[in-house]
Design a protein around this ligand. Structure first.
Ligand code: PLP
Length: 184
């Protein structure tokens, strides 16, 4: 569709890329290859780094130095990013995120059914959103006291983004805390 009309297809994978869905790039889930793709936050494990990946055709239109940024490519941050990319290229890590992610979705579904406090769940791998009845922010705050770090995505959506190295025992601890605090 975009190719037919000569429109560049741009995917923002800052949150959903780099292994989050159990694939190195989230686009691998859908079998569509974008012309441009953005990466940032987890790219250097939280140190400041962003990147734009370009298809050959678009990449050919710019030269090194055209796309500058003050601290871009600093040696410390680049070394960390090199490590992160290596680590996230490990097929067994990605497979674990995919498989544990299916399992996590089932656990979240159970919490939703038992609590009656969740309207909908969406997600894959280690990226999940729960549409909650009450203020998501209130649940996030209760989590701080109980040892669960979650985020919001809008007023009534709880955002769950476990570290990619978490195993099922760790995930289960989080799910149990979530179950306690969601129904309060
Ligand atoms: C954080 C974020 C951005 C913005 O990244 P900056 O590096 O602050 O410009 C864009 N898209 C998504 C999905 C993000 O999470």
């Amino acid at each position: 569709m975009t190719a037919e009309r000569e429109i560049a297809l741009i995917f923002d994978e800052i949150q959903c890329g780099l292994g989050r869905t159990g694939y190195f790039f989230a686009y691998e889930n859908v079998g569509v290859i974008p012309d441009m793709l953005t990466l940032a936050k987890p790219l250097a494990g939280g140190l400041p780094m962003g990147a734009v990946l370009l298809s050959g055709e678009i990449g050919a239109t710019i030269q090194p130095g055209d796309h500058g940024t003050t601290f871009g490519g600093g040696p410390l941050v680049a070394a960390v990013a090199g490590y992160v990319v290596d680590r996230l290229s490990d097929p067994s890590l990605l497979k674990a995120v995919r498989e544990n992610g299916v399992w996590l979705g089932e656990q979240l579904d159970t919490v939703a059914r038992r609590s009656g406090r969740v309207r909908a769940i969406r997600g894959t791998g280690y990226i999940w959103g729960l549409d909650v009845v009450e203020s998501a922010n209130e649940i996030v705050k209760r989590g701080w006291d109980e040892g669960l770090l979650a985020l919001t995505a809008g007023e009534h959506t709880l955002r769950i983004l476990p570290p990619l190295v978490m195993d099922r025992d760790d995930l289960m601890r989080g799910v149990q805390i979530l179950e306690r605090i969601i129904g309060q």
